[in-house]
Design a binder for this molecule. Structure first.
Ligand SMILES: [Zn+2]
Length: 422
């Protein structure tokens, strides 16, 4: 039995019907807050238990809503590092930034008059006077004698992507996270399922333009929906093909390093060790620079903004740090997503969608389906089989950082925070 999977198996907690707008999604924050507060002191028989909520695990756009990050535009990293999208490919710059905690983001928002008033988009539609008032309140020496677009740009720069209060503080922005039992709560900076899947997808779309002999036929052609596991299998096929055909060493290493990164992302907590923490950091550093070296800053099949977007940024900048703190399988949203899809399928296909019927019949049917199928066990064995395939293609030799990478500006920053652990 995989104890970690059993402990981390998701359960349905809140079933709500709302529009997909941020304002509607935030309406359920109060209900969640009340429940989280009650977790402070619980009892199991005579034993006092204090549950600590640590990580929000989910994919975008849920991550953005949870952390209060803007959804589109100049910024877009829900971790709060404040890197603009156009600089996601600049490893030296991104590693230099300090990640803001959720409490830091709350203080940033509420320190300004517009943010203190609350709402789901407090900085939208401000007039010139309001912009000046907010910029003045920052305490920094901004140029206030300019036109409205320039004032907006300065405010945007100050907020660095923060657009509203973190979701669980909605309508209670003056309360600290500590006051509602969320002192240690953060939005996970990396979600392995979607980040790995989308990065593999982007890379394989562009790679044929840089490899002459690449003639790998996708065994998934005609498949309507490509899942994360399908992309991982495709990555193994491409890696094996390139390794067998030789060619430019950098091109062979590019998918090879990614295979090992993905492999480590799916290992359980019992296998996490200081050696593996360092190995993941090494492979990510090598892979991030190889993407730049092999593909360059101007890919031909996809836009640079897509290849060097959120997924590349999360892997290259945040995944190594997060792996020091937590096993990456624990923040994988695979099971949550599967549960959500099953529930949505049941509700759409077998109920009249009236609230009474949804709650009663829908949940009973979901329970019956889960008991009958034992999906978790089936999926775990699939992941394990795929893990063995990945392990067979990853190199077993020590990491060798080429001389040409030693002068890169990100090198020192990449290893600096890891010295104590490794
Ligand atoms: Zn970031």
């Amino acid at each position: 039995m995989d104890v970690q999977s059993v402990v981390e198996e998701p359960k349905v907690y809140l079933l709500a019907r709302c529009k997909s707008t941020i304002a509607d999604q935030l309406k359920y924050a109060r209900c969640q807050r009340e429940d989280i507060k009650t977790m402070q002191d619980t009892n199991y028989q005579d034993v006092k238990i204090r549950d600590v909520v640590r990580y929000f695990t989910g994919d975008n756009p849920a991550q953005w809503v949870e952390s209060g990050e803007q959804h589109q535009g100049t910024y877009g990293c829900p971790t709060g590092c404040g890197a603009p999208r156009k600089r996601f490919m600049d490893l030296g710059y991104c590693l230099h930034l300090q990640v803001k905690s959720l409490e830091g983001r709350r203080q940033l928002i509420t320190s300004l008059p517009a943010g203190a008033r609350g709402g789901s988009a407090p900085f939208k539609g401000l007039n010139k006077d309001q912009l000046i008032q907010n910029l003045d309140a920052t305490g920094y020496d901004f140029d206030l004698e300019c036109n409205k677009p320039e004032l907006e740009s300065q405010l945007k720069q100050h907020l660095a992507g923060a657009s509203h209060i973190p979701a669980l503080l909605y309508d209670e922005q003056q309360s600290t996270l500590k006051a509602i039992n969320l002192e240690q709560y953060e939005v996970s900076s990396f979600e392995s399922l979607h980040n790995a899947k989308e990065h593999i997808k982007n890379l394989l779309e562009e790679l044929p333009n840089h490899v002459n002999q690449l003639e790998v036929q996708s065994t998934f052609q005609g498949k309507e929906v490509m899942r994360g596991s399908d992309f991982r299998k495709l990555l193994i096929t491409v890696t094996t093909h390139l390794a067998a055909n030789g060619g430019d060493l950098k091109v062979v290493e590019l998918p090879n390093t990614l295979c090992e990164v993905v492999h480590i992302c799916y290992l359980g907590e019992d296998e996490r060790s200081p050696r593996l923490v360092l190995r993941l950091a090494n492979q990510i550093y090598m892979h991030s620079l190889l993407v730049r070296e092999v593909i360059g800053t101007q890919p031909t099949s996809i836009k640079p903004r897509k290849l060097y977007g959120q997924y590349y940024h999360s892997i290259s900048t945040h995944a190594p740090i997060l792996y020091r703190l937590i096993n990456l399988k624990s923040v994988n949203a695979k099971h949550q997503e599967k549960l959500f899809n099953s529930l949505r399928g049941i509700l759409c296909d077998t109920t009249s969608r009236r609230p009474g019927e949804v709650l009663g019949i829908g949940l009973v049917r979901l329970q019956a389906e889960q008991q009958g199928e034992s999906d978790m066990a089936k999926e775990e064995s699939q992941v394990s089989a795929l893990g063995k395939s990945l392990r067979s293609v990853v190199p077993s030799n020590n990491t060798v950082i080429p001389w040409r990478y030693l002068s890169k500006p990100g090198l020192q920053l990449h290893y600096q925070p890891r010295r104590k652990v490794t």
